[in-house]
Design a protein around this ligand. Structure first.
Ligand SMILES: [Zn+2]
Length: 125
């Protein structure tokens, strides 16, 4: 297995919600689009919010730019695949990655680009 494959295989994927839900742990409301972890529960899968899953120091990076994805995997110590349910295909699709904010900073510098709507740069009202 290559170094990269090992790193990518380390952490289980997380999921972007398509419907509002609640965190099983802290009862925090999760809006559609929130990134959560699913844990096997008694009756159904439990939703664990990003904070409870200790993923709030990571940033979402949308799929679609091979160069950006490649650099993200190189720069970020942790890389977690983000999946989302597709009503059309009736299956989970990979929509992006969760990577460290610092990795995104480095990509912006390297490629001289600015990602729009970065989570860490958003002002909360
Ligand atoms: Zn929570």
């Amino acid at each position: 297995m290559s170094e990269q494959a090992k790193k990518a295989a380390k952490e289980p994927p997380v999921y972007s919600l398509i419907r509002a839900s609640r965190c099983f742990n802290c009862d925090g409301k999760q809006e559609p689009g929130s990134i959560v972890k699913f844990a096997p529960g008694k009756d159904e899968r439990e939703v664990h919010c990003r904070k409870c899953s200790k993923l709030d120091d990571m940033e979402f990076l949308k799929s679609g730019n091979a160069k950006v994805t490649q650099l993200a995997k190189k720069y970020s110590q942790r890389v977690i695949v983000v999946m989302q349910w597709s009503e059309l295909w009736k299956t989970y699709e990979r929509i992006g990655l969760l990577v460290e904010s610092a990795a995104i900073d480095r990509i912006e510098t390297d490629l001289k680009i600015k990602f729009e709507n970065r989570e860490s740069k958003q002002t909360h009202q």
